[in-house]
Ligand binder design. Structure first.
Ligand SMILES: [Zn+2]
Length: 126
């Protein structure tokens, strides 16, 4: 599957902002329009929380701020940049897959080691 060139460019830009060992950027787009983008980062929780940090995955980050109407029938592309700068596998974790399905995203597209875009359609009928 192919994705718009500008979508890939923005996803790479977002991934480069990440301070994590695994740098991931995500872009939500619909009918050729980019709706939002994000990258994975640690978010500080309440000072008294047992867990000092929780990770905001790039997929969730890119969904934040969008309405259900915007997310419905949109697509997502996730891109991973490895430490050596090469492209990596960016298959979303099962929690993100469930989230993306829940909010109405129709297909998950993600980078692979060979720099091909892999696509996973989401089956749930909304
Ligand atoms: Zn995830």
């Amino acid at each position: 599957m192919t994705i718009p060139n500008k979508v890939k460019k923005i996803a790479i830009k977002e991934a480069m902002k990440s301070q994590h060992r695994f740098k991931l950027g995500a872009v939500i787009y619909k009918k050729g329009n980019i709706l939002n983008s994000g990258f994975n980062h640690a978010n500080k929780t309440h000072p008294k929380s047992n867990v000092p940090f929780r990770t905001i995955h790039a997929e969730l980050s890119s969904c934040l701020g969008l309405t259900r109407m915007q997310l419905k029938d949109a697509s997502i592309y996730v891109h991973r940049v490895r430490r050596d700068g090469k492209v990596g596998l960016a298959k979303p974790c099962r929690y993100c897959q469930a989230l993306l399905d829940e909010v109405g995203i129709t297909d998950i597209n993600y980078s692979s080691y060979s720099d091909n875009v892999l696509t996973q359609p989401l089956q749930t009928k909304h």
